[in-house]
Design a protein around this ligand. Sequence first.
Ligand code: FES
Length: 201
Amino acid sequence: MANEKRRFEVKPVERRTFLRYGLIGAVGAGLGGFGLASLGFLYPRPGDQLFGEVPLGNAQELIDEIEAERAPMRIPGSVLSIQVWDTSNSSAMSLYGDDHAVIEGTDLGLMALDSQNCPHLGCGVPWCQSSQWFECPCHGSRYNRYGEWTGGPAPRGLDRYASFVDDDGQFVVNFSEFLTGPARTANALEQSPEGPSCVDA
Ligand code: FES
């Protein structure tokens, strides 16, 4: 009976032992959180589900629709907003001509902007129809139609993906070729806001 009593005796946890396990738990939780955060960088972001070269439609038809709407085309299941650019603009051509789609025989091209990850802290950057700019609601960074930085804390313009027009006239985005956004000094478009802003500065 005495033995049985001893078997079920629960020793009080010493304060030092309690603190040691508490510390191990806290470090473990911290490392776990860090690991999960790191995985976020290794794996695609939510909504970024396209890979490799993906045809998104007839280039001329895309241009017609974007120009009619006066708004970039959002591509569902991706981070992309497709925008038209003027290939007769020599500044734009020198900045974007190598890796953004150019439509032969016209003065127009298409660019595949990442409008879902603001280069400041990663917020989605909606299109503002009245100003004709992309405007970030989080801290007020703004970008013109070409995704060039025009104001706010973001360190550069909108990131983007390489694109081209294939032999069948399809606009193709290469999701394997990520392009860091243009420097703050890039201002090929020189576009002033065309109306009221959608977010407070
Ligand atoms: S996340 Fe866009 S301005 Fe901060």
